[in-house]
Every structure is written in C-alpha cells, then in structure tokens.
Write a protein that binds this ligand. Structure first.
Ligand code: FAD
Length: 176
C-alpha cells in the first residue's frame, strides 16, 4: 500500500500519469494565506472583534489553548488573513503585509497594546478549496492500492482543520 498525505497539488504531481485518482483531485486546491503571529504584553484579556473585517478571516487567542504555556502577562494571537486578500497580496513585500496586518490588529483592539514580537508566515498551501462536496469516506483509493489522505478530503461546512486530517488518516488506516 502507498499512502500519499500531501496537499492535493503535490499529490497530483506524485501520482502516476493517468491514474484514476488524478481527475478526482485535479480541481481541489489549497489556497495561500498570510498568517501573523503576535506576542502581546497585557494583564487583561484583549477584546477583539474581527468578524466584520474585510481582509482578516480570524484572530485566534493561542494562549488559551490546552497545553499553552501560561504566562499571565503575555498573550499570543494568530491573525489569519482572508483568502481573497491573501491571493491578491501574496507577492507583496513581507514588510508591507506585516505592517498592514499589525495596524489592522491594533485598530481592532479596544485598548492600546504593547506588541513584544511578531512573526509573519506566508502559507502557500493553507486553506482547502473546491473540496469534494460529499466524500463520506474521507479518503480516496484506487485498485493499485494507492490511498490519498488529508484534511482536504474530509472538510465540509461543519468541520475543518486538524479534525479532518485526523478523520481522513484514521479512515485510510482502517481501510488498509
Ligand atoms: C496557520 C495555520 C493555522 C492552523 N490552525 C489550526 C487550528 O488552530 N486548529 C485546527 O484544527 N487546524 C488548524 N490548521 C489546519 C491544520 O493545520 C490542517 O488541517 C492539518 O495540518 C492538515 O493535516 P494534513 O495531514 O492533511 O496536511 P499537512 O499537515 O499540511 O501535511 C502535509 C505534509 O505534506 C508534506 N509535503 C508537501 N509536499 C510534499 C512532497 N512533494 N513530498 C513529500 N511531502 C510533502 C508537507 O511538508 C506536510 O508535512 C491551521 C493551518 C494553518 C496553515
């Protein structure tokens, strides 16, 4: 058995030419996304509402996640830019993107903040798009015993992210 667990674009390139799985994944894409990581000094939880922001998809407080290292005076945030804006700006200078996202983050905070450090990452294969609408199996397989796994094969309207990668991996393992 061979399991390929790369993003769909790379999977397509790794499959033998003409394999029956090629047409099933050729239109699925992982879209690029700018992501800004921030450490902020603050003793109170910041109030940030990014729901209506046109170019920011989400802001996640990382310091509240299970396993995060508690330090009462420092908070960590992950700012994920929106798909469309990331596409449009993917070739911008990093400094330009970083200063835009930083200033938008500051503007969304209700109080003045002290940013200790920031790091920008350009994820080229971040967000699944054009995923199979109803792939109940959460993976793909063919008679040559090549199996495809990944979040993009289990993503739907009600779930995304690691849960999908996990469900897809488990399904392939059971099948083998
Ligand atoms: C910035 C960011 C934050 C996220 N935060 C969360 C979160 O808080 N909660 C959550 O549930 N999900 C989150 N996710 C989503 C989660 O990370 C993914 O859903 C999950 O990692 C997908 O797992 P996967 O195994 O399908 O693919 P991946 O984790 O992307 O693994 C694919 C692997 O294939 C490798 N690869 C690529 N090309 C090749 C090649 N040609 N040959 C060999 N190997 C190759 C890559 O190096 C990578 O290791 C986040 C994603 C991003 C980008």
């Amino acid at each position: 058995h061979i399991v390929i667990a790369t993003p769909p674009q790379q999977t397509y390139d790794l499959l033998p030419k003409g394999n029956s799985l090629c047409p099933l994944i050729e239109h699925i894409k992982m879209e690029p996304q700018w992501v800004l990581l921030l450490a902020v000094r603050s003793s109170t939880e910041l109030k940030i509402d990014s729901a209506q922001h046109p170019n920011i998809k989400s802001i996640s407080p990382e310091h509240v996640k299970r396993g995060a290292k508690p330090d009462d005076s420092v908070q960590y945030y992950q700012v994920q830019a929106g798909e469309e804006w990331s596409q449009e700006t993917i070739n911008w200078e990093r400094t330009r993107v970083e200063s835009y996202l930083l200033s938008e983050f500051e503007a969304l905070c209700e109080q003045k903040i002290d940013i200790i450090v920031s790091h920008l990452h350009r994820w080229l294969y971040s967000l699944p798009s054009n995923t199979p609408i109803d792939n109940k199996e959460n993976y793909l397989t063919c008679s040559e015993k090549i199996h495809l796994s990944g979040d993009y094969l289990a993503t739907n309207q009600s779930r995304h992210g690691l849960e999908c990668a996990y469900l897809s991996g488990i399904s392939v393992a059971k099948q083998i």
